[in-house]
Design a protein. Structure first.
Lengths: 101, 446
Protein backbone atom coordinates (compact mmCIF):
# COMPACT_ATOMS: atom_id res chain seq x y z
CA UNK A 1 0.00 0.00 0.00
CA UNK A 2 1.09 3.53 -0.72
CA UNK A 3 -0.68 6.67 0.40
CA UNK A 4 -1.86 9.45 -1.90
CA UNK A 5 -3.03 12.81 -0.61
CA UNK A 6 -5.79 14.59 -2.52
CA UNK A 7 -6.09 18.36 -2.19
CA UNK A 8 -7.96 20.62 -1.63
CA UNK A 9 -10.17 18.21 0.34
CA UNK A 10 -7.17 16.82 2.26
CA UNK A 11 -8.17 13.21 1.65
CA UNK A 12 -5.65 10.41 2.28
CA UNK A 13 -6.12 7.39 0.02
CA UNK A 14 -4.54 3.96 0.48
CA UNK A 15 -3.62 2.64 -2.96
CA UNK A 16 -3.00 -1.08 -3.38
CA UNK A 17 -0.19 -2.33 -5.62
CA UNK A 18 -1.24 -2.01 -9.25
CA UNK A 19 -4.37 -0.07 -8.35
CA UNK A 20 -5.27 3.22 -10.05
CA UNK A 21 -5.88 6.36 -8.03
CA UNK A 22 -9.51 6.39 -9.15
CA UNK A 23 -10.08 2.76 -8.21
CA UNK A 24 -8.51 3.40 -4.82
CA UNK A 25 -10.78 6.38 -4.26
CA UNK A 26 -13.83 4.29 -5.08
CA UNK A 27 -12.67 1.47 -2.80
CA UNK A 28 -12.07 3.97 0.00
CA UNK A 29 -15.62 5.32 -0.33
CA UNK A 30 -14.99 8.43 -2.42
CA UNK A 31 -16.41 9.68 -5.68
CA UNK A 32 -13.80 10.74 -8.22
CA UNK A 33 -15.20 12.84 -11.09
CA UNK A 34 -15.56 10.82 -14.30
CA UNK A 35 -18.03 10.38 -17.12
CA UNK A 36 -16.55 7.41 -18.98
CA UNK A 37 -15.95 5.42 -15.80
CA UNK A 38 -12.24 4.84 -16.25
CA UNK A 39 -11.71 4.28 -19.96
CA UNK A 40 -9.45 7.29 -20.55
CA UNK A 41 -12.11 8.71 -22.90
CA UNK A 42 -13.56 11.72 -21.16
CA UNK A 43 -10.56 13.24 -19.41
CA UNK A 44 -12.79 14.34 -16.55
CA UNK A 45 -10.68 12.52 -13.93
CA UNK A 46 -7.57 14.57 -14.79
CA UNK A 47 -5.46 15.53 -11.75
CA UNK A 48 -2.57 17.89 -11.17
CA UNK A 49 0.53 16.46 -9.51
CA UNK A 50 1.62 18.73 -6.66
CA UNK A 51 4.42 16.50 -5.34
CA UNK A 52 5.76 13.02 -6.01
CA UNK A 53 8.72 10.74 -5.61
CA UNK A 54 8.55 9.78 -9.27
CA UNK A 55 5.66 8.28 -11.19
CA UNK A 56 5.49 5.65 -13.93
CA UNK A 57 5.27 7.23 -17.38
CA UNK A 58 1.80 7.42 -18.95
CA UNK A 59 0.87 4.59 -21.27
CA UNK A 60 -0.03 5.68 -24.84
CA UNK A 61 -3.77 5.72 -24.11
CA UNK A 62 -3.35 8.11 -21.18
CA UNK A 63 -0.77 10.20 -23.00
CA UNK A 64 -3.07 10.62 -25.98
CA UNK A 65 -6.01 11.77 -23.88
CA UNK A 66 -3.86 14.12 -21.82
CA UNK A 67 -2.39 15.55 -25.01
CA UNK A 68 -5.84 16.60 -26.16
CA UNK A 69 -6.66 18.49 -22.97
CA UNK A 70 -5.86 22.21 -22.89
CA UNK A 71 -3.63 21.95 -19.83
CA UNK A 72 -1.21 24.67 -18.84
CA UNK A 73 2.47 23.85 -19.16
CA UNK A 74 4.66 23.89 -16.07
CA UNK A 75 2.67 21.30 -14.16
CA UNK A 76 2.44 17.53 -14.37
CA UNK A 77 -1.03 16.24 -15.27
CA UNK A 78 -2.29 12.64 -15.11
CA UNK A 79 -5.52 10.73 -15.48
CA UNK A 80 -6.63 9.25 -12.18
CA UNK A 81 -8.19 6.31 -14.01
CA UNK A 82 -4.82 5.30 -15.44
CA UNK A 83 -2.25 6.42 -12.85
CA UNK A 84 -0.85 3.61 -10.70
CA UNK A 85 1.48 5.25 -8.18
CA UNK A 86 4.24 2.94 -7.00
CA UNK A 87 5.74 5.01 -4.19
CA UNK A 88 4.58 7.09 -1.26
CA UNK A 89 4.68 10.86 -1.33
CA UNK A 90 2.20 11.56 -4.13
CA UNK A 91 0.14 14.69 -3.52
CA UNK A 92 -2.40 15.70 -6.14
CA UNK A 93 -4.96 18.40 -6.67
CA UNK A 94 -8.43 17.47 -7.89
CA UNK A 95 -11.56 19.50 -7.31
CA UNK A 96 -14.76 17.59 -6.72
CA UNK A 97 -13.45 14.47 -4.98
CA UNK A 98 -15.92 13.75 -2.21
CA UNK A 99 -17.15 11.02 0.08
CA UNK A 100 -20.05 9.02 -1.33
CA UNK A 101 -20.82 6.33 -3.85
CA UNK B 1 -64.94 2.65 -35.50
CA UNK B 2 -61.31 1.85 -36.09
CA UNK B 3 -60.15 5.23 -34.94
CA UNK B 4 -62.04 5.07 -31.70
CA UNK B 5 -60.61 1.64 -30.92
CA UNK B 6 -57.19 2.87 -31.91
CA UNK B 7 -57.47 5.90 -29.72
CA UNK B 8 -58.56 3.91 -26.70
CA UNK B 9 -55.63 1.57 -27.13
CA UNK B 10 -53.18 4.38 -27.66
CA UNK B 11 -54.18 6.54 -24.71
CA UNK B 12 -51.62 4.56 -22.72
CA UNK B 13 -48.96 6.04 -24.97
CA UNK B 14 -49.71 9.61 -23.93
CA UNK B 15 -46.81 11.40 -22.33
CA UNK B 16 -48.81 14.37 -21.06
CA UNK B 17 -49.63 13.90 -17.40
CA UNK B 18 -47.23 10.98 -17.03
CA UNK B 19 -43.91 10.85 -15.21
CA UNK B 20 -42.37 8.88 -18.03
CA UNK B 21 -42.30 8.74 -21.81
CA UNK B 22 -43.89 5.46 -22.96
CA UNK B 23 -41.66 3.38 -25.23
CA UNK B 24 -44.48 2.48 -27.57
CA UNK B 25 -44.33 6.03 -28.92
CA UNK B 26 -41.12 4.99 -30.69
CA UNK B 27 -41.92 1.41 -31.63
CA UNK B 28 -45.64 1.07 -32.33
CA UNK B 29 -47.02 1.01 -35.88
CA UNK B 30 -50.35 2.22 -34.54
CA UNK B 31 -48.70 5.25 -32.94
CA UNK B 32 -46.96 6.03 -36.23
CA UNK B 33 -50.34 5.76 -37.98
CA UNK B 34 -51.81 8.15 -35.43
CA UNK B 35 -49.04 10.64 -36.22
CA UNK B 36 -49.85 10.38 -39.93
CA UNK B 37 -53.51 10.92 -39.15
CA UNK B 38 -53.30 13.77 -36.66
CA UNK B 39 -49.85 15.37 -36.60
CA UNK B 40 -48.58 15.66 -40.14
CA UNK B 41 -51.81 16.89 -41.79
CA UNK B 42 -52.12 19.58 -39.12
CA UNK B 43 -48.67 21.08 -38.71
CA UNK B 44 -46.52 23.47 -40.71
CA UNK B 45 -43.48 21.62 -42.03
CA UNK B 46 -40.41 22.67 -43.97
CA UNK B 47 -40.63 21.55 -47.58
CA UNK B 48 -37.49 23.23 -48.90
CA UNK B 49 -35.65 26.50 -49.41
CA UNK B 50 -36.58 29.44 -51.58
CA UNK B 51 -33.21 29.12 -53.30
CA UNK B 52 -34.35 25.80 -54.76
CA UNK B 53 -37.10 27.69 -56.59
CA UNK B 54 -35.27 30.52 -58.33
CA UNK B 55 -37.01 30.58 -61.69
CA UNK B 56 -40.65 30.07 -62.68
CA UNK B 57 -41.16 26.36 -63.22
CA UNK B 58 -38.55 25.27 -60.67
CA UNK B 59 -40.00 22.70 -58.32
CA UNK B 60 -39.10 20.59 -55.35
CA UNK B 61 -41.03 17.57 -54.16
CA UNK B 62 -41.78 17.16 -50.47
CA UNK B 63 -43.19 13.94 -49.12
CA UNK B 64 -44.37 12.83 -45.72
CA UNK B 65 -45.69 9.29 -45.48
CA UNK B 66 -47.97 8.73 -48.44
CA UNK B 67 -48.50 12.43 -48.98
CA UNK B 68 -46.41 14.13 -51.61
CA UNK B 69 -46.52 17.73 -52.74
CA UNK B 70 -44.82 19.60 -55.53
CA UNK B 71 -43.71 23.07 -54.49
CA UNK B 72 -43.43 25.29 -57.52
CA UNK B 73 -42.27 28.80 -58.41
CA UNK B 74 -45.20 30.12 -60.44
CA UNK B 75 -45.03 32.52 -63.38
CA UNK B 76 -46.01 35.47 -61.17
CA UNK B 77 -43.09 34.73 -58.82
CA UNK B 78 -45.27 33.30 -56.06
CA UNK B 79 -44.53 29.92 -54.56
CA UNK B 80 -47.38 27.42 -54.72
CA UNK B 81 -47.75 23.83 -53.66
CA UNK B 82 -50.01 21.11 -55.02
CA UNK B 83 -50.76 17.56 -54.05
CA UNK B 84 -48.54 15.49 -56.27
CA UNK B 85 -51.22 13.50 -58.03
CA UNK B 86 -52.91 13.79 -61.38
CA UNK B 87 -56.68 14.35 -61.16
CA UNK B 88 -57.12 11.93 -64.05
CA UNK B 89 -55.56 8.60 -63.02
CA UNK B 90 -53.46 9.63 -60.01
CA UNK B 91 -49.93 9.69 -61.43
CA UNK B 92 -47.26 11.63 -59.58
CA UNK B 93 -46.43 14.78 -61.52
CA UNK B 94 -42.96 15.59 -60.21
CA UNK B 95 -40.25 13.68 -58.40
CA UNK B 96 -37.24 14.99 -56.52
CA UNK B 97 -36.53 18.45 -57.84
CA UNK B 98 -35.98 20.18 -61.12
CA UNK B 99 -37.73 22.46 -63.59
CA UNK B 100 -41.13 21.89 -65.13
CA UNK B 101 -40.78 24.70 -67.63
CA UNK B 102 -43.89 26.77 -68.31
CA UNK B 103 -46.24 23.88 -67.61
CA UNK B 104 -46.62 20.83 -65.44
CA UNK B 105 -47.24 17.77 -67.57
CA UNK B 106 -48.46 14.34 -66.61
CA UNK B 107 -46.30 11.76 -68.35
CA UNK B 108 -49.11 9.17 -68.49
CA UNK B 109 -51.70 10.83 -70.79
CA UNK B 110 -50.15 14.23 -71.37
CA UNK B 111 -52.54 16.44 -69.39
CA UNK B 112 -51.00 19.82 -68.58
CA UNK B 113 -51.38 22.62 -66.05
CA UNK B 114 -49.93 26.08 -65.77
CA UNK B 115 -47.77 26.85 -62.74
CA UNK B 116 -50.81 28.15 -60.87
CA UNK B 117 -52.43 24.73 -61.15
CA UNK B 118 -54.98 25.61 -63.84
CA UNK B 119 -55.51 22.87 -66.36
CA UNK B 120 -54.39 23.93 -69.84
CA UNK B 121 -54.70 20.73 -71.79
CA UNK B 122 -56.68 17.53 -71.75
CA UNK B 123 -56.19 15.10 -74.61
CA UNK B 124 -59.63 14.46 -76.13
CA UNK B 125 -61.48 16.72 -73.68
CA UNK B 126 -64.87 15.75 -75.14
CA UNK B 127 -64.31 12.38 -73.46
CA UNK B 128 -64.51 14.13 -70.04
CA UNK B 129 -67.67 16.20 -70.41
CA UNK B 130 -68.53 16.12 -66.72
CA UNK B 131 -65.24 17.42 -65.33
CA UNK B 132 -65.39 21.00 -64.10
CA UNK B 133 -62.47 23.43 -64.13
CA UNK B 134 -62.27 23.05 -60.40
CA UNK B 135 -61.98 19.29 -60.67
CA UNK B 136 -59.30 19.69 -63.31
CA UNK B 137 -57.31 22.11 -61.13
CA UNK B 138 -54.42 20.70 -59.12
CA UNK B 139 -55.28 20.54 -55.44
CA UNK B 140 -53.52 23.33 -53.57
CA UNK B 141 -51.64 22.95 -50.32
CA UNK B 142 -51.09 25.90 -47.96
CA UNK B 143 -47.67 27.51 -48.38
CA UNK B 144 -45.77 29.85 -46.09
CA UNK B 145 -42.31 31.38 -46.09
CA UNK B 146 -39.99 32.42 -43.32
CA UNK B 147 -36.24 32.83 -43.27
CA UNK B 148 -35.79 31.49 -46.78
CA UNK B 149 -37.63 28.30 -45.88
CA UNK B 150 -40.77 27.16 -47.67
CA UNK B 151 -43.33 25.60 -45.37
CA UNK B 152 -46.37 23.58 -46.35
CA UNK B 153 -49.49 22.75 -44.37
CA UNK B 154 -52.10 20.22 -45.46
CA UNK B 155 -54.92 21.96 -43.63
CA UNK B 156 -56.17 18.68 -42.23
CA UNK B 157 -58.50 20.39 -39.77
CA UNK B 158 -59.28 23.45 -41.84
CA UNK B 159 -57.43 26.72 -42.22
CA UNK B 160 -53.99 26.52 -40.57
CA UNK B 161 -52.90 29.02 -37.96
CA UNK B 162 -50.74 31.76 -39.49
CA UNK B 163 -47.19 30.50 -40.01
CA UNK B 164 -45.53 33.21 -37.92
CA UNK B 165 -47.89 32.59 -35.02
CA UNK B 166 -47.09 28.91 -35.19
CA UNK B 167 -43.33 29.61 -35.32
CA UNK B 168 -43.23 32.05 -32.41
CA UNK B 169 -40.63 32.64 -30.94
CA UNK B 170 -38.32 30.93 -33.44
CA UNK B 171 -38.09 33.96 -35.76
CA UNK B 172 -37.17 36.20 -32.84
CA UNK B 173 -34.35 33.80 -31.94
CA UNK B 174 -33.12 32.94 -35.43
CA UNK B 175 -33.76 36.11 -37.48
CA UNK B 176 -30.62 37.83 -36.11
CA UNK B 177 -28.60 35.16 -37.95
CA UNK B 178 -30.25 36.21 -41.25
CA UNK B 179 -31.55 32.81 -42.32
CA UNK B 180 -33.06 34.46 -45.41
CA UNK B 181 -29.54 35.34 -46.58
CA UNK B 182 -28.21 31.84 -46.07
CA UNK B 183 -27.63 29.38 -48.83
CA UNK B 184 -27.08 25.68 -48.85
CA UNK B 185 -23.51 24.49 -48.63
CA UNK B 186 -24.52 20.87 -48.09
CA UNK B 187 -27.61 18.69 -48.54
CA UNK B 188 -27.15 15.14 -47.31
CA UNK B 189 -29.75 12.45 -46.82
CA UNK B 190 -29.81 8.93 -45.45
CA UNK B 191 -32.04 6.44 -43.64
CA UNK B 192 -31.31 5.91 -39.97
CA UNK B 193 -32.24 2.80 -37.99
CA UNK B 194 -34.38 4.61 -35.42
CA UNK B 195 -37.80 6.17 -35.02
CA UNK B 196 -37.85 9.80 -36.19
CA UNK B 197 -38.54 10.98 -32.63
CA UNK B 198 -35.50 9.15 -31.28
CA UNK B 199 -33.43 11.34 -33.57
CA UNK B 200 -35.29 14.54 -32.68
CA UNK B 201 -34.91 13.78 -28.98
CA UNK B 202 -31.20 13.00 -29.33
CA UNK B 203 -30.41 16.38 -30.84
CA UNK B 204 -32.74 18.28 -28.53
CA UNK B 205 -30.46 18.32 -25.48
CA UNK B 206 -26.84 18.83 -24.47
CA UNK B 207 -26.90 16.23 -21.71
CA UNK B 208 -25.44 13.61 -24.06
CA UNK B 209 -22.33 15.66 -24.83
CA UNK B 210 -20.29 14.29 -21.93
CA UNK B 211 -20.72 10.60 -22.76
CA UNK B 212 -21.28 10.65 -26.54
CA UNK B 213 -18.88 13.46 -27.45
CA UNK B 214 -16.30 13.35 -24.63
CA UNK B 215 -13.75 15.17 -26.78
CA UNK B 216 -15.95 18.28 -26.70
CA UNK B 217 -15.59 18.58 -22.92
CA UNK B 218 -12.12 19.98 -23.32
CA UNK B 219 -13.47 23.24 -24.79
CA UNK B 220 -17.23 23.17 -24.21
CA UNK B 221 -18.72 24.40 -20.97
CA UNK B 222 -21.67 22.03 -21.22
CA UNK B 223 -22.92 23.03 -17.78
CA UNK B 224 -23.43 26.61 -19.00
CA UNK B 225 -25.94 25.65 -21.69
CA UNK B 226 -29.30 27.36 -21.16
CA UNK B 227 -32.53 25.53 -21.87
CA UNK B 228 -35.90 27.04 -22.71
CA UNK B 229 -39.23 25.61 -23.77
CA UNK B 230 -41.99 27.52 -25.50
CA UNK B 231 -45.58 26.90 -26.49
CA UNK B 232 -44.57 24.64 -29.36
CA UNK B 233 -40.82 24.84 -29.92
CA UNK B 234 -37.69 24.51 -27.76
CA UNK B 235 -34.23 26.00 -27.56
CA UNK B 236 -30.92 25.47 -25.88
CA UNK B 237 -27.76 27.41 -26.38
CA UNK B 238 -25.22 29.89 -25.16
CA UNK B 239 -22.03 28.54 -23.59
CA UNK B 240 -20.04 29.88 -26.52
CA UNK B 241 -16.93 31.00 -24.71
CA UNK B 242 -14.23 28.38 -25.17
CA UNK B 243 -13.84 26.90 -21.71
CA UNK B 244 -13.34 23.35 -20.50
CA UNK B 245 -16.36 21.69 -18.96
CA UNK B 246 -16.51 22.31 -15.22
CA UNK B 247 -16.77 18.54 -14.97
CA UNK B 248 -12.97 18.52 -15.36
CA UNK B 249 -12.59 20.63 -12.22
CA UNK B 250 -9.80 22.78 -13.66
CA UNK B 251 -8.89 26.16 -12.22
CA UNK B 252 -8.62 29.02 -14.73
CA UNK B 253 -4.84 29.08 -14.45
CA UNK B 254 -4.71 25.38 -15.30
CA UNK B 255 -5.96 26.02 -18.83
CA UNK B 256 -3.71 26.60 -21.82
CA UNK B 257 -5.65 29.22 -23.77
CA UNK B 258 -3.87 28.62 -27.06
CA UNK B 259 -4.54 24.91 -27.01
CA UNK B 260 -8.10 25.52 -25.87
CA UNK B 261 -8.74 27.66 -28.91
CA UNK B 262 -7.04 25.22 -31.24
CA UNK B 263 -9.14 22.36 -29.90
CA UNK B 264 -12.39 24.21 -30.32
CA UNK B 265 -11.59 25.28 -33.84
CA UNK B 266 -10.36 21.84 -34.80
CA UNK B 267 -13.63 20.33 -33.67
CA UNK B 268 -15.73 22.93 -35.44
CA UNK B 269 -13.81 22.56 -38.68
CA UNK B 270 -12.75 18.93 -38.79
CA UNK B 271 -15.34 17.20 -36.68
CA UNK B 272 -18.43 19.24 -37.57
CA UNK B 273 -17.78 19.84 -41.29
CA UNK B 274 -20.08 22.45 -42.69
CA UNK B 275 -20.85 24.04 -39.34
CA UNK B 276 -18.99 27.07 -40.60
CA UNK B 277 -19.04 28.18 -44.19
CA UNK B 278 -15.99 27.52 -46.33
CA UNK B 279 -14.91 31.17 -46.20
CA UNK B 280 -14.67 31.00 -42.46
CA UNK B 281 -12.48 27.95 -42.41
CA UNK B 282 -9.35 29.50 -43.79
CA UNK B 283 -9.55 32.44 -41.43
CA UNK B 284 -10.15 30.22 -38.44
CA UNK B 285 -7.37 27.89 -39.45
CA UNK B 286 -4.98 30.83 -39.27
CA UNK B 287 -6.01 31.43 -35.69
CA UNK B 288 -4.62 28.09 -34.65
CA UNK B 289 -1.24 28.93 -36.20
CA UNK B 290 -0.91 32.39 -34.71
CA UNK B 291 0.19 32.64 -31.08
CA UNK B 292 -2.32 34.41 -28.87
CA UNK B 293 -1.25 37.87 -27.73
CA UNK B 294 -0.08 37.73 -24.11
CA UNK B 295 -2.89 38.00 -21.60
CA UNK B 296 -5.62 37.56 -24.21
CA UNK B 297 -8.06 34.72 -23.54
CA UNK B 298 -9.04 32.22 -26.17
CA UNK B 299 -12.59 33.50 -26.00
CA UNK B 300 -11.69 37.15 -26.51
CA UNK B 301 -9.33 36.38 -29.37
CA UNK B 302 -11.73 34.01 -31.06
CA UNK B 303 -14.58 36.47 -30.73
CA UNK B 304 -12.55 39.26 -32.32
CA UNK B 305 -11.34 36.97 -35.09
CA UNK B 306 -14.86 35.87 -35.91
CA UNK B 307 -16.23 39.40 -35.89
CA UNK B 308 -13.35 40.68 -38.03
CA UNK B 309 -13.86 37.75 -40.38
CA UNK B 310 -17.53 38.63 -40.79
CA UNK B 311 -16.70 42.23 -41.63
CA UNK B 312 -14.13 41.07 -44.19
CA UNK B 313 -16.81 38.91 -45.82
CA UNK B 314 -19.33 41.71 -45.91
CA UNK B 315 -21.62 40.28 -43.22
CA UNK B 316 -23.33 42.56 -40.74
CA UNK B 317 -23.08 41.02 -37.29
CA UNK B 318 -23.08 44.33 -35.43
CA UNK B 319 -26.40 43.41 -33.78
CA UNK B 320 -25.25 39.94 -32.70
CA UNK B 321 -24.31 39.38 -29.07
CA UNK B 322 -21.03 37.71 -28.20
CA UNK B 323 -23.00 34.60 -27.30
CA UNK B 324 -24.64 34.60 -30.73
CA UNK B 325 -21.24 34.85 -32.41
CA UNK B 326 -19.60 32.18 -30.27
CA UNK B 327 -22.28 29.85 -28.99
CA UNK B 328 -25.48 30.30 -30.90
CA UNK B 329 -28.94 28.88 -30.52
CA UNK B 330 -29.88 25.25 -30.96
CA UNK B 331 -33.60 25.22 -31.69
CA UNK B 332 -36.24 22.64 -32.45
CA UNK B 333 -38.76 23.92 -34.97
CA UNK B 334 -41.53 21.51 -34.06
CA UNK B 335 -41.92 18.83 -35.08
CA UNK B 336 -38.88 17.76 -37.07
CA UNK B 337 -36.38 20.49 -37.91
CA UNK B 338 -33.57 21.22 -35.47
CA UNK B 339 -29.99 22.22 -35.04
CA UNK B 340 -27.61 24.96 -33.95
CA UNK B 341 -27.55 28.40 -35.58
CA UNK B 342 -24.51 30.55 -34.92
CA UNK B 343 -23.13 33.71 -36.50
CA UNK B 344 -22.60 32.78 -40.15
CA UNK B 345 -24.74 29.70 -40.52
CA UNK B 346 -27.10 27.01 -39.43
CA UNK B 347 -26.30 23.29 -39.11
CA UNK B 348 -29.67 21.72 -39.20
CA UNK B 349 -31.37 18.33 -39.36
CA UNK B 350 -34.71 17.48 -40.94
CA UNK B 351 -36.14 14.18 -39.77
CA UNK B 352 -39.22 12.36 -41.09
CA UNK B 353 -40.78 8.97 -40.54
CA UNK B 354 -39.91 6.41 -43.21
CA UNK B 355 -43.15 5.05 -44.63
CA UNK B 356 -44.93 2.72 -42.24
CA UNK B 357 -41.78 1.53 -40.47
CA UNK B 358 -41.59 2.94 -36.92
CA UNK B 359 -38.02 1.67 -36.58
CA UNK B 360 -36.37 3.79 -39.29
CA UNK B 361 -36.48 7.40 -40.41
CA UNK B 362 -35.41 9.71 -43.22
CA UNK B 363 -32.61 11.93 -42.02
CA UNK B 364 -31.19 14.99 -43.73
CA UNK B 365 -28.31 17.23 -42.74
CA UNK B 366 -28.47 20.68 -44.26
CA UNK B 367 -25.61 23.10 -43.84
CA UNK B 368 -26.53 26.72 -44.49
CA UNK B 369 -24.08 29.58 -44.74
CA UNK B 370 -24.82 33.30 -44.57
CA UNK B 371 -24.04 35.30 -47.68
CA UNK B 372 -23.57 39.06 -47.93
CA UNK B 373 -26.51 41.08 -49.19
CA UNK B 374 -26.40 41.18 -52.98
CA UNK B 375 -24.05 38.23 -53.34
CA UNK B 376 -24.28 36.49 -56.69
CA UNK B 377 -26.40 33.34 -56.50
CA UNK B 378 -24.37 30.14 -56.43
CA UNK B 379 -25.35 26.80 -57.91
CA UNK B 380 -26.97 24.50 -55.37
CA UNK B 381 -24.61 21.89 -53.96
CA UNK B 382 -25.12 18.32 -55.13
CA UNK B 383 -27.79 16.46 -53.18
CA UNK B 384 -25.90 13.65 -51.51
CA UNK B 385 -27.85 10.45 -50.90
CA UNK B 386 -26.34 7.70 -48.76
CA UNK B 387 -28.50 4.57 -48.68
CA UNK B 388 -26.15 3.29 -45.99
CA UNK B 389 -25.42 5.92 -43.33
CA UNK B 390 -22.12 4.22 -42.51
CA UNK B 391 -20.88 4.55 -46.07
CA UNK B 392 -20.29 8.24 -45.41
CA UNK B 393 -18.07 10.12 -42.98
CA UNK B 394 -20.38 12.80 -41.52
CA UNK B 395 -17.64 14.19 -39.26
CA UNK B 396 -16.73 12.81 -35.88
CA UNK B 397 -19.47 14.51 -33.86
CA UNK B 398 -22.35 13.45 -36.12
CA UNK B 399 -20.82 9.98 -36.54
CA UNK B 400 -20.90 9.64 -32.77
CA UNK B 401 -24.57 10.64 -32.67
CA UNK B 402 -25.48 8.33 -35.53
CA UNK B 403 -23.72 5.42 -33.84
CA UNK B 404 -26.20 5.68 -30.97
CA UNK B 405 -29.39 5.37 -32.98
CA UNK B 406 -29.40 1.69 -33.78
CA UNK B 407 -28.75 0.73 -30.17
CA UNK B 408 -31.34 3.18 -28.86
CA UNK B 409 -34.05 1.83 -31.15
CA UNK B 410 -33.20 -1.81 -30.44
CA UNK B 411 -33.08 -1.08 -26.73
CA UNK B 412 -36.47 0.60 -26.90
CA UNK B 413 -37.95 -2.56 -28.39
CA UNK B 414 -37.23 -4.65 -25.28
CA UNK B 415 -40.78 -5.38 -24.09
CA UNK B 416 -39.94 -5.34 -20.40
CA UNK B 417 -38.34 -1.88 -20.53
CA UNK B 418 -39.80 0.92 -18.41
CA UNK B 419 -41.10 4.29 -19.55
CA UNK B 420 -38.31 6.72 -20.37
CA UNK B 421 -37.05 9.29 -17.86
CA UNK B 422 -35.84 12.79 -18.54
CA UNK B 423 -33.38 15.07 -16.83
CA UNK B 424 -35.47 17.94 -15.44
CA UNK B 425 -33.31 20.80 -16.73
CA UNK B 426 -31.09 19.56 -19.53
CA UNK B 427 -33.78 17.38 -21.10
CA UNK B 428 -36.72 19.73 -20.59
CA UNK B 429 -36.93 20.20 -24.35
CA UNK B 430 -37.33 16.45 -24.85
CA UNK B 431 -40.21 16.44 -22.43
CA UNK B 432 -41.77 19.50 -24.04
CA UNK B 433 -41.55 18.02 -27.52
CA UNK B 434 -43.54 14.99 -26.41
CA UNK B 435 -46.13 17.11 -24.63
CA UNK B 436 -46.64 19.24 -27.73
CA UNK B 437 -46.91 16.09 -29.82
CA UNK B 438 -49.68 14.96 -27.47
CA UNK B 439 -51.50 18.21 -28.19
CA UNK B 440 -51.76 17.11 -31.82
CA UNK B 441 -52.36 13.42 -31.19
CA UNK B 442 -54.60 13.41 -28.13
CA UNK B 443 -55.76 17.01 -27.88
CA UNK B 444 -53.75 17.29 -24.65
CA UNK B 445 -54.07 20.77 -23.11
CA UNK B 446 -50.41 21.75 -23.48
Amino acid sequence: MVTVRVEPAGIELDVAPGETVMAAATRNGYVWPTVCGGRAECGVCVLKVLASNGLPLPEPLEAARLGALPLAAGAEWRLACQLRPGTDGLVVRKAGVRRGT
Amino acid sequence: MTILGQRTGLDELMCFGSDTIPRGRFTSKEFLALEYERLWPNVWQIAGRVEELREPGDFVEYSIGERSVIVVRAADGAIRAFHNTCPHRGTRLGEGCGRFGAEIRCPFHGWRWDLAGNNTFVLDPHEFPAMTAEELHLIEVHVGEWGGFVFVHFGGSGEPEPLLEFLDPIPRIIDPYHPERMRYTGIKKTILPANWKVVVDAFNEGYHIAATHPELLQWKDDAALEYEVFRTHTRYGGAGEPKPSPRLGLDPEDVDQQQLLALKIKDLIDNLPGYFGPDDLKALDEVTRTPLPPGVSAGAYYLKRRRDGAVARGLDWSHLSDDQVLGGDDVLVFPNFLGPAVGGGWFVYRVRPNGDDPHTCLFELWTLSEEPVGAAPQPLPAREWYPDPWAHDWGLVVNQDLANFDRIQRGLRVPEGQGLRWNRRQEMGVRRFHEVLDRYLFNAPT
